[in-house]
Design a protein around this ligand. Structure first.
Ligand SMILES: Cc1ncc(COP(=O)(O)O)c(C=O)c1O
Length: 408
């Protein structure tokens, strides 16, 4: 926390991978649909026709940015719903033709948990690949695990905890070369907020998106469904979204999502340069200033989300660091927001091979569009003191175990 010239205290937000503030321009675009243009887009009167046109034009805007056909975009409530729909929808549509699914052990829980449930109920037979040391998934691992009965592959594009970017188009081409009926799904929730995602550069059949990581509203997202992909709807009871997702459309959220994506693609170069510079600053300074701190995720920045920094800190618990940083005015995360509060070491770090005791000291710092050098400096000033204090309180500081050293 720092005190500004007007005497107010300033909080430093370093958790943009968890969610982002609604952009004022997005709010402005959404306002009419929350106030005057609130009509049901499925009704026949003139007001509803206007609302319907706004949804159609949001769909066209998103399609033209990612290079899809408008009919291939299905609006959902966000990343979790799109992931669930992709997995459950394909397995239901492919029932009787095979139930083998390949995924990685480092996926988001919105993929891991439905697959675990589908496996328990006998619908899926799941192979979970380990992550490579840098957090990416190896295409040859996928290739070596393909089977006659493989129907679905679900591998995320960029990992939310360590920012590692996996080459999805390589996985798709290996899978289709083996059997062109295999469906490839990727969760691009984290990458769409930073990178120029197109249908051509990902080459997947199903792609999960969400709006709230790119200054859009929470509760809005989409699933890209390549034309011809077999998929059974999971929310039924209405004809909306091509009968694949029943429920009156959230026009404001849909318009907000399209506006957020448009703004983010227009100012991507500027945002990216800022986020990369701040990321580089922490990646080089943190290990220099804090003993027994290792950066996790890819060293090669081309394989890493811009603005994303993750690390492990020996001899401290991630939760204790977060609480101390919070008191010092800095909001950060130990991994994904969804695992905060859990004392289990991160499943992503353990899938990468980080020793369990070291993985408990994980920290994720994620910059965004409005982050500044002051934010990075604030962290560089406060974090070493926080770690030193926590280590001094700990009764059992020992020598690092030999299996830690490769992570520093
Ligand atoms: C990789 C990934 N997938 C899915 C989700 C869930 O998205 P939503 O919050 O829109 O449901 C998140 C959110 O943290 C995420 O990081």
């Amino acid at each position: 926390m720092s005190v500004s010239s007007d005497g107010t205290t300033r909080r430093t937000y370093l958790d943009h991978a968890a969610t982002t503030a609604l952009d004022g321009r997005v709010l402005e675009a959404m306002m009419p649909y929350l106030t005057t243009e609130w009509h049901n887009p499925s009704s026949i009167y003139i007001e509803s026709q206007g609302t319907r046109r706004s949804i159609d034009s949001a769909r066209e805007k998103i399609s033209s940015i990612i290079g899809s056909h408008p009919d291939e975009i299905l609006f959902t409530s966000g990343g979790s719903e799109s992931d669930n729909l992709a997995l459950r929808g394909v397995l239901e549509a492919r029932r009787g033709l095979g139930k083998h699914v390949i995924t990685s052990a480092g996926e988001h829980h919105a993929v891991l948990d439905p697959l675990e449930q589908l496996e328990r109920s006998g619908v899926a037979d799941v192979t979970r690949l380990p992550l490579q040391r840098d957090g990416t998934v190896s295409a040859s691992d996928v290739k070596n695990n393909l089977r006659e009965d493989t129907v679905l592959i679900s591998i995320m594009h960029a990992n939310n905890e360590v920012g590692a970017i996996t080459n999805i188009s390589e996985i798709t081409s290996l899978a289709k070369g083996y059997n062109d009926r295999i469906i490839v799904h990727t969760d691009a929730v984290q990458s769409m907020a930073h990178l120029p995602i197109t249908i051509d550069n990902l080459a997947a059949d199903l792609i999960t998106f969400t709006a709230h990581k790119m200054y859009g509203p929470r509760g809005a997202g989409a699933l890209y469904i390549k034309s011809g992909t077999p998929l059974a709807g999971q929310i039924i009871g209405g004809g909306q979204e091509n009968s694949l997702r029943a429920g009156t459309e959230n026009t404001a959220a849909i318009v907000g999502f399209a506006t957020a994506l448009e703004i983010s693609s227009q100012q991507r170069d500027r945002d990216l340069a800022n986020e990369r510079a701040l990321q580089k600053m922490l990646i080089s300074e943190l290990p220099r200033r804090i003993p027994y701190l290792g950066i996790t995720g890819p060293r090669d920045l081309d394989k890493r989300l811009p603005g994303h920094v993750s690390c492990v800190v020996g001899f401290v618990e991630g939760e204790s660091i977060l609480l101390a940083l919070d008191l010092a005015g800095i909001a950060a995360s130990s991994g994904s927001a969804c695992t905060t509060g859990s004392i289990e070491p991160s499943h992503v770090l353990t899938a990468m091979g980080v020793p369990q005791d070291l993985a408990r000291g994980s920290l994720r710092l994620s910059f965004g569009r409005n982050s500044s050098v002051d934010d990075a400096q604030e962290l560089l000033l406060k974090l070493p003191k926080v770690i030193e204090r926590l280590r001094a309180l700990s009764p059992n500081i020992m020598e690092p175990s030999p299996d830690w050293t490769e992570w520093f």
